[in-house]
Design a protein around this ligand. Structure first.
Ligand code: ZN
Length: 293
């Protein structure tokens, strides 16, 4: 199972295009394990995770990407966040768990909704793209996003195995135009479609059983594929005692005192990993020492 929790990037040397492959096991299992998500929700969250890995790998700078789905369906909100080091976390908030259990397909799960992609470079301004969820699967919605927001020919394939709790994805993307001549453009478009046809032949059993090299050979053995150093994908929540304290420092000191008087402590539970942080009066002394008795 060594091919898992790895993201591979590669160039198609003769086709003016690039590709990515991601295969996830434990990094996905850790995201869903503490939550009692229905199977269909686990599946969609896994696909969103694989998709976000593929998107963060397209970043050309240090930063992070959040992909959110929200709508009026039984999943009110789902979000995955990942950075250029492939440190990922994700969450789903259900409005109706029974209905989410019965639903299949993106439309039934999210309802009438939108996908919001927020890209935050470490240096510089964040930017956001929003598209309506018009397709019934995530991969097609992402293709629609790239068509409208990025205007770079991109196709994404997503796979999930709910029994073994595995997810995977592949991406093919044209590189930005060089001289932009129309003859070149036409050839690039043809190459792109050709690579998409080849990638379309991936079967779930292949993407969950073969490592990157074997899989790329099976798909693209007639192409010149230049494989880059693989990147490890990790589940990292990012919550901490310090971040909780920073949040508590925003509460009125008199209110902190009141909560402590009533409950003896302030408890904060991380939405993502369900870790609970407890703070007693002693650890909050610096926040409440200014309050007059
Ligand atoms: Zn956490």
């Amino acid at each position: 199972m060594s091919q898992f929790n790895i993201l591979n990037r590669y160039l198609f040397n003769d086709a003016h295009a690039r590709g990515e492959l991601v295969q996830l096991s434990t990094s996905y299992q850790n995201i869903i394990k503490s939550h009692n998500y229905p199977i269909a929700v686990q599946k969609l969250l896994g696909e969103l995770l694989a998709a976000t890995c593929l998107l963060t790998a397209t970043l050309k700078f240090e930063g992070d990407i959040t992909v959110q789905l929200q709508g009026d369906g039984p999943i009110g909100y789902m979000s995955v966040n990942g950075d250029n080091n492939q440190q990922m976390r994700g969450i789903a908030k259900l409005t109706d768990a029974t209905e989410a259990n019965r639903a299949t397909g993106l439309k039934a799960l999210i309802g009438k909704g939108t996908m919001i992609i927020t890209i935050r470079p470490k240096q510089g301004e964040a930017y956001q793209g929003i598209v309506a969820l018009t397709e019934d699967n995530l991969a097609d919605c992402l293709a629609h996003y790239f068509e409208t927001s990025e205007q770079i020919a991109t196709k994404i394939w997503l796979f999930s195995d709910t029994e073994q709790q595995l997810v995977a994805g592949a991406l093919v993307q044209l590189l930005p135009d060089g001289d932009g001549s129309s003859a070149n453009k036409e050839k690039h478009q043809e190459d792109f479609l050709h690579l998409c046809q080849l990638t379309n032949t991936i079967k779930a059993e292949e993407i969950f059983n073969l490592d990157a090299e074997a899989l790329l050979y099976r798909l693209y053995h007639q192409e010149k594929v230049q494989l880059f150093e693989p990147q490890t994908v990790n589940y990292v929540c990012g919550c901490s005692q310090e971040k909780c304290l920073a949040a508590i420092s925003q509460i009125e000191p008199s209110e902190i005192k009141a909560i402590l008087a009533e409950q003896g402590k302030i408890s904060m539970t991380c939405d993502y990993c369900i870790t609970t942080y407890d703070f007693d009066e002693l650890s909050l002394q610096s926040f409440i020492s200014k309050v007059r008795h």
